[in-house]
Design a protein around this ligand. Structure first.
Ligand SMILES: Nc1nc2c(ncn2[C@@H]2O[C@H](COP(=O)(O)OP(=O)(O)OP(=O)(O)O)[C@@H](O)[C@H]2O)c(=O)[nH]1
Ligand SMILES: [Mg+2]
Length: 244
């Protein structure tokens, strides 16, 4: 996928989330563009890109397809994953549905395994209120270790605060400590062994722990994408891994 920066100084942001959580509504409100919105899933098939200025800085926002996970089980998931891993976004906004947080946070946790630079937007707060659901945003933020902003995108509520936080993340003004899932001792040991080996090849270009997890899960697509986007063609990652 090509990233269309208006200028090289554009700050790239990703907009991720489950289907139908209001990503495109946020995208349109921020960029002034008219990405199609509607209440059926899977409308955003390509990555729409748009610009906005906030606090005097130029941002490039990329509206990713809605997915329940980024484990690359479908082309949409792979597009979303590859952009978060290789599109070098300086922050990722994870848009969640306040009426269905438990399911939505699964994706947020997966993204937080890849990158620390995450803000969670809890959208559809009006719908939640109608259903008698209240969300303790500050407690959620404390648990997740990343900022959480409540929004009602259709009414443009919370969006300035969201932009402020994104800028704070990009400017490294916040201490982010994203919650990391810990696996059983045996798996953690394998993760550590693999991470050490991977780090020598990946050299901080991508989170080695996360790559190790994907490999343990038998995910071949991550090797292809790393070879395609991150490594010089002289390095044979697949061959290296096969030799371990
Ligand atoms: N009540 C309410 N409706 C909202 C809010 N935000 C978005 N919507 C509506 O929810 C529907 C889905 O919004 P979209 O912006 O298309 O959602 P999306 O996440 O881009 O969906 P996909 O591209 O399919 O993943 C639309 O009908 C929006 O108008 C909100 O805060 N409150
Ligand atoms: Mg959309």
């Amino acid at each position: 996928m090509k990233i269309e920066k208006a200028s090289p100084t554009d700050i790239v942001l990703a907009l991720a989330g489950n289907p139908n959580t209001g990503k495109s509504t946020i995208f349109n409100a921020l960029t002034g563009l008219k990405q199609h919105t509607g209440n059926w899933p899977g409308k955003t098939v390509t990555n729409a890109q748009g610009h906005f200025i906030h606090r005097g800085k130029p941002f490039l926002l990329v509206d990713l397809p809605g997915t329940y996970s980024i484990l690359a089980n479908s082309p949409d998931e792979q597009v979303a994953r590859d952009f978060i891993c290789f599109g070098k976004p300086e922050a990722t906004i994870v848009v969640t549905d306040a009426t269905n947080l438990e399911r939505n946070l699964n994706l947020a946790l997966q993204i937080m395994e890849i990158t620390s630079d995450v803000v969670v937007a809890v959208n559809l707060l009006d719908e939640a209120e109608r259903k008698g659901i209240s969300v303790d945003l500050s407690k959620l933020s404390a648990e997740l270790g990343v900022p959480v902003i409540g929004t009602i995108a259709r009414e443009q509520k919370g969006l300035t605060e969201l932009k402020d936080i994104v800028d704070d993340i990009v400017m490294k003004k916040l201490q982010l400590k994203p919650y990391q899932i810990r696996y059983s001792a045996g798996i953690e040991e394998r993760i550590n062994q693999l991470s050490l080996k991977l780090e020598k090849i990946l050299r901080g270009k991508i989170n080695a722990r996360w790559v190790a997890l994907r490999l343990l899960d038998g995910d071949e697509t991550i090797i292809e994408s790393i070879e395609k986007y991150l490594l010089p063609s002289s390095i044979d990652l697949r061959g290296e891994i096969a030799s371990w």
